[in-house]
Every structure is written in C-alpha cells, then in structure tokens.
Design a protein around this ligand. Structure first.
Ligand code: PEP
Ligand code: MN
Length: 271
C-alpha cells in the first residue's frame, strides 16, 4: 500500500495541489491508497510552523472529496479526539514522539472503535516498547505500524561516522539511523495480531529527497506492507517548505520510485 502527500498542509491550494498530483499518478496506473497531510505538527522549536490546525482538516476533507483518497493526519492531543471524529479523519497518525505517550495511546485506544491508526516507531524504542504501545490501541481497528528510523548521535566527523559508512543500509548523511533491518523483527513480533500491518517511512530516515528512493526500495525488499512518503510539488523542487521540504519527492520522482518498488515487490512475493 502507498500513502503519499505533504508533511504539512500549508494552505487550501497546497492540499488541493497535493491531491491533484496523486490523482494524476493514479490515472497513470500508480496505485495510491491514501493521502497524508499534517495539520498538527510536533516541532522541535516552538518558533517553527505548528500546522494549520482545524482549518487544515477542512482542506484535507476537501481534498478527500475530490480524490476519494482516505486521509491520514497526526493527532497529538487526546483533546482533539472529538475533532478527529467530527471531521471523519480516516487514519489517525500517532507520531514518533508520542509512541510512548501512554495517556494519549490509552485515550485513543478507548475511543477509536474501528478507526485505523498509523502508529510510528518511537525514535529510541525497542521491541518490548513497540509491542506495548500497540497493545494500548486495542484490536478493534487496523494498526499501521510504521518504522521511521532511529535517533542518531550528533557525531560530526567522529569514529561513529566512519563506522556508519561501513554499515549496510546506513549512510551517515541520512537524517535518522535506517531501521529497515527490523521490518522482519517487527513483523514477527506482531505475527499473531491480524489487525497490525508493518510499513515504512523512507522520507524521515533519508531526510533528503536524493536518498528517499533507495531507502524506499530497501523497505520493499525487506517486506514492508506499506510505504508512507512525503511529496512536494514540481515547482517547489529544491525549495524550502515550512516543514520537511528537502525530503519531499516531486510527483515525477515519486512515480519513478513507485515503478521501481513494484518490481522489487513482485520478487519479494515470489520468494
Ligand atoms: C511526520 O510524519 O511528518 C512526522 C512528524 O513523523 P515522525 O513522527 O515519524 O517524526
Ligand atoms: Mn514530516
């Protein structure tokens, strides 16, 4: 499965443009299953763009109406549960920073009913913590568990950097440590849970559009059940967006990446 779209929705035009790009890809035979777009953004700096909030949900709903794509967006606060229900958000994303926010997990677990949740791996979380977090969500709706890389040390030119250069699947210039090897481990961990699928977010690991296709292909090779990929518009290529602009693929780059992933996926299935 493929979920694609903006890291953060910046305006009504942006939401509609993102949706139109995905429609065009779909019309050209690329299977897209959902559209992402952040409107409540967890940012490291309080000075950074925090997302459009409720108005962003309105734009996402408009995009959904035009495309039919289910919408995936992050919920950061238990107080927004009613809001998410009111707008009928199709898939509630719980971000990496909140995988161990147990009061949020509990609140969502108790009230979501059949609504699917996309839970992202905590930046430092181990298998026990992953299993625990999934447990909080209950089993009455799908859980899209998403590996998205692990926190790295700020190593500059250190020995660790040299070590990383020698490691398979790692590139010291990635934004996060690539946890692609753990797809199989997590799939085994949730083997008995039929409501959990295990996917991958190459965008945040790569941190730069140039590396995204490689990381995406590795994830498919390792049996990821879905990918969630960030996009920018063709005209924004190389330009700054308010959030994560440098890691977004243009529609053309996304199309190429998906084309390559399809072949790898065929081989994986065959094996
Ligand atoms: C995102 O999906 O834009 C995001 C903030 O992801 P994560 O929680 O994995 O950092
Ligand atoms: Mn992002």
């Amino acid at each position: 499965m493929i979920i694609a779209g903006r890291c953060a929705i910046e305006s009504r035009e942006d939401a509609i443009q993102a949706a139109n790009e995905l429609i065009e890809l779909r019309n050209n035979g690329y299977k897209i299953h959902g559209m992402r777009g952040g409107v409540f953004k967890p940012r490291t700096s309080y000075k950074s763009f925090q997302g459009l909030g409720e108005i962003g949900l309105i734009y996402l709903c408009e995009a959904r109406e035009q495309t039919g794509f289910p919408i995936v967006t992050e919920i950061m606060d238990g107080g927004d549960i009613e809001l998410f229900k009111r707008y009928g958000v199709d898939v509630w994303q719980i971000g990496s920073r909140n995988m161990q926010n147990y009061s949020l997990l509990k609140a969502i677990g108790e009230t979501r009913g059949e609504i699917p949740v996309l839970l992202k791996r905590g930046m430092c979380s181990n298998m026990k913590e992953i299993e625990g977090a999934i447990g909080y969500l209950g089993d009455s709706g799908l859980v899209f568990f998403t590996l998205r890389g692990l926190q790295k040390m700020d190593y500059g030119n250190s020995e660790i950097r040299k070590l990383m250069e020698c490691m398979k699947h790692q590139n010291p210039d990635y934004r996060f440590f690539n946890d692609v090897d753990e797809i199989t481990t997590v799939k085994n961990l949730v083997k008995s849970k039929e409501h959990v699928v295990v996917g991958f977010d190459p965008s945040h690991i790569a941190g730069n559009w140039q590396y995204v296709p490689q990381v995406a292909k590795e994830a498919v090779e390792h049996g990821a059940n879905f990918l969630i990929i960030e996009t920018v518009s063709e005209k924004e290529y190389g330009r700054k967006r308010k959030c994560d602009g440098e890691q977004g693929l243009t529609p053309l780059q996304l199309a190429r990446t998906l084309g390559e992933c399809v072949n790898i996926h065929r081989n994986y299935i065959k094996e």
